[in-house]
Design a binder for this molecule. Sequence first.
Ligand code: PLP
Length: 426
Amino acid sequence: PASHTPVAELAPEQLEAFAQEQRTAYAALREKGLKLDLTRGKPAPAQLDLAEELLALPHGHVDASGTDVRNYGGLQGLAELRAIFAELLHVEPSQLVAAGNSSLTLMHDCLVDLLLHGGVDSPRPWSQEEKITFVCPVPGYDRHFAMLEHFGIDMVTVPMREDGPDAEAVARLVADDPSVKGMWIVPTYANPAGSVTTQEVAARLASMETAAPDFKIFWDNAYAFHHLTADEAKSADILSLASAAGKPHRPLVFASTSKITYAGAGVAFLAASPENVAWHLGHLGKRSIGPDKVNHLRHAQFFGSAQGVRDHMVRHREVIAPKFAEVERVLSERLDGLGIASWTRPKGGYFVSLDVLDGTASRVVELAKDAGIALTPAGASFPYGKDPGDRNIRLAPTFPVLAEVTAAMEAVATCVLLAAAESLQR
Ligand code: PLP
């Protein structure tokens, strides 16, 4: 619309004209018969191509210590690859495990081991507790919530803010209730809000008193290096903070190269206190004789150094930053000032979090679907898929090519406008 007057301030006949305009625009959109997908945070083929050289690696089959990587063994992962990522994650190489291709699998393994065996500071296995509860910052990552639901773990939510989870709300939840055993957090460029947890918030989470003696922070740093601007966020150093607070076993840090090299064939990492690393390797040793060291070696050769990883991430940025800029351009041109939507302007990560008029997110997703645009289901960023405000939609612009991002976002804006008009006319 030419005029950017808040829609809620329009007189009834102006609102009807506005609504008619949106119905016409939506009908025209449907006519186009588009088929676009903004659902999952996947790297685009152009990003995967950046690591094409990996397919010709490794050169040779021995690591720096002369070990044949084709054979069994080396449970903690290849030393030279751990050295590279230990530098990037600011941990000691001895505190880092290089594992298989998925950090989500590592999170799942740690949770299962906590349930079956308890942690290094647990009085008993978690499964022997009457009830287990996790604190979930929202909006958050749907697969985190699905994992907890799968194991019958209760979820309580706290708001995710620009500086990280509402730490005072978390502190209140964990203070008196021993059933609260853990929390999720995506500290850097959070999925989906893009926020970065500050050192202050991290310090509060690391040091707060918890009724459970074995409270765990699942610190999922999936987007630690995934900057979209030159203003590169540095992740809070949760392991040092927890150590300094006398709670060294509280954080379990996860990361992976899923969005650095290949989403399906990268390397996942776990960083933790020496005791937690020994705990993990103890259980891991019962299910594996060693990881895929051939993949570790080719990653080590591909990157060469920590700087090699940083340089590689700049090449990703060049591919995807224009897509995020396009999301911002279309949304601000079409929706700014109308009082019916707000959205994030992330400096990294894979998502834009769009809040539409309360009670209209599912309608927006439905309208988009009927026009051929797949959006993440409304509510996906909340436990049990239920957004109490029905307002949040997660946009994932990395996978489509730029022209498709433009078309999809124009379509999203049309659906947001029509859903708002319908809602305000009710
Ligand atoms: N953690 C977060 C926050 C994610 O957004 C994703 C993927 O979208 C993952 C973990 C999955 O990581 P991986 O591929 O290492 O299993």
